[in-house]
Design a binder for this molecule. Structure first.
Ligand SMILES: [Zn+2]
Length: 88
């Protein structure tokens, strides 16, 4: 009888432990998505013309003053190179 009670306490304790762990994991999730977002942003380049973020794989890369500038479309790339803003 006492052993069954002890087992019941262990099971209940384990369930509480799981519940607390789940709750803690839920509250810790924003940090994970933050770092995920940061990693994605590292892989993305901002189009200086329209401000859209594009991945380097799909972006149109142009060498402007020795720097690699990424564009979402040829239209934006042409616009940027024809405007040629004075930048240091
Ligand atoms: Zn663009």
């Amino acid at each position: 009888m006492g052993l069954v009670r002890l087992l019941a306490y262990i099971v209940i304790g384990y369930l509480i432990y799981l519940l607390v762990r789940t709750l803690l994991r839920k509250s810790g999730k924003p940090e994970e998505t933050d770092s995920d977002l940061r990693q994605n942003l590292n892989r993305l380049e901002e189009d200086p013309v329209c401000g859209v973020y594009i991945s380097r794989e799909t972006a149109i890369m142009k060498n402007v003053d020795g720097r690699e500038v990424y564009f979402c479309s040829h239209n934006c790339a042409d616009k940027y190179t024809s405007d040629s803003p004075v930048k240091d």
